[in-house]
Design a protein around this ligand. Structure first.
Ligand SMILES: Nc1nc2c(ncn2[C@@H]2O[C@H](COP(=O)(O)OP(=O)(O)O)[C@@H](O)[C@H]2O)c(=O)[nH]1
Ligand SMILES: [Mg+2]
Ligand SMILES: [Zn+2]
Length: 352
């Protein structure tokens, strides 16, 4: 028996379940998602589940279950099941599918905090941090920055200067696997029954960190598959593990860069710390790109906004625009396709 409250089950989720047509089925949380198979932890133990046709058709691939989702499933035997429904998602971390401008892919759902993990040796990159943050702010996930390998050589002042515009909105942790105090500080930041996702390039030390936070044993037991009894490797697929003393940790395979999957300039203004200038431009429809009397451009000229920050702002705005334009285009195509299908049906019934 697993007590699902350790996995983040709440009364709110129970109410959501009661509203589902499948509320008589057991529920569980997806702990690993493979291509077509999902590892689900339920009160009765671990189940290896597949999706029913219902769950596949008429859904965008970004709506398929992902790690962290709560699902209702029909048990087939003691450790196999069929997923029939997914509870409404909140706080989902998406990424852009590589090679596309508008295809989203859900990485983790029902996430309270996201750790942006970068290593201080050669991985630190503030432009990528801004991208990660944009994703999180858009979903109301609380971001935190974890800078690993602080035992290696790096210039603390350079790092702090680069983070000046971000540090007010996001706690920053410097960690080293060789300094247990630094790991304890991070552990103290994770509340019981809170879901935390770790995102960053491969090799930055995510799995090492999760192991240290979980004190190993918990990591191993939580990732042993009930159906095969075998342990799993950490970096090739997403996984969920329980931290001793609370906290549900989700490891992700290396995610180097996040594409933009929303188009709300308010989020971007918030991340870049531009909110204090917004509304102060000469024109109230100012796009902050080249207009006369633009408060943001003037702040760049006065040196109050780092030119690198402004440049990335323009870049992210452009990507957001491409994302939205492409989503609109796709919807338009789908609508005209649906209309065509209707026409064909009408005509064929007339000709009969
Ligand atoms: N010097 C140092 N090396 C670390 C630290 N954390 C992790 N590493 C090393 O970095 C490498 C990659 O770690 P891993 O956890 O597999 O990274 P992941 O791909 O992000 O999961 C391993 O060789 C770790 O031993 C640290 O705090 N200091
Ligand atoms: Mg790893
Ligand atoms: Zn402006």
């Amino acid at each position: 028996m697993s007590n699902l409250s350790y996995y983040g089950w709440t009364d709110n989720l129970l109410r959501e379940k009661e509203a589902s047509n499948f509320n008589d089925l057991p529920h569980g949380r997806v702990t690993v998602s493979h291509k077509t198979r999902y590892e689900v932890v339920a009160e009765e133990g671990f189940f290896s589940c597949e999706l029913t046709g219902n769950m596949l058709y008429g859904r965008d691939s970004s709506e398929y279950p992902c790690t962290g989702d709560w699902v209702m499933f029909q048990p087939v035997d003691a450790n196999k099941g069929l997923i029939m429904d997914v509870l409404p998602r909140q706080k989902t971390l998406f990424r852009l599918k590589s090679g596309t401008v508008s295809e989203k892919q859900a990485i983790a759902a029902h996430v309270d905090k996201a750790f942006i993990v970068q290593s201080l040796d050669d991985n630190f990159n503030v432009r990528r941090i801004e991208r990660f943050m944009l994703q999180m702010v858009g979903e109301r996930i609380q971001p935190a920055l974890v800078l690993t390998k602080s035992d290696l050589e790096y210039d603390r002042e350079v790092v702090e200067t680069a983070l000046r515009h971000l540090s007010a909105k996001m706690p920053v942790f410097y960690t080293s696997i060789h300094e247990s105090d630094s790991i304890e500080a991070l552990r103290a930041f994770i509340q019981a029954e809170e879901t935390v996702v770790f995102a960053g390039s491969s090799g930055v030390g995510k799995s090492t960190l999760i192991n240290a936070l979980c004190r190993k044993e918990v990591f191993k037991t939580a990732t042993i598959s009930a159906s095969t009894g075998k342990g799993r490797h950490t970096s090739t697929r997403r996984e969920m593990v329980l931290m001793q003393g609370g906290g549900i940790l989700i490891d992700t395979p290396g995610i180097k860069v996040f594409g933009v999957t929303n188009d709300d300039s308010e989020y971007l203004n918030e991340v870049m710390d531009f909110s204090r200038f917004v509304g102060k431009c000469r024109f109230n429809n100012c796009q902050h790109i080249h207009e006369e009397g633009c408060a943001i451009i003037e702040a760049v000229e006065r040196g109050e906004i780092d030119p690198g920050v402004y440049e990335n702002y323009l870049k992210l705005r452009k990507e957001a625009w491409h994302f939205t334009a492409s989503v609109h285009e796709k919807r338009k195509r789908e609508k005209s396709f649906a209309r065509m299908v209707k026409e064909v049906k009408k005509n064929s019934s007339k000709n009969r």
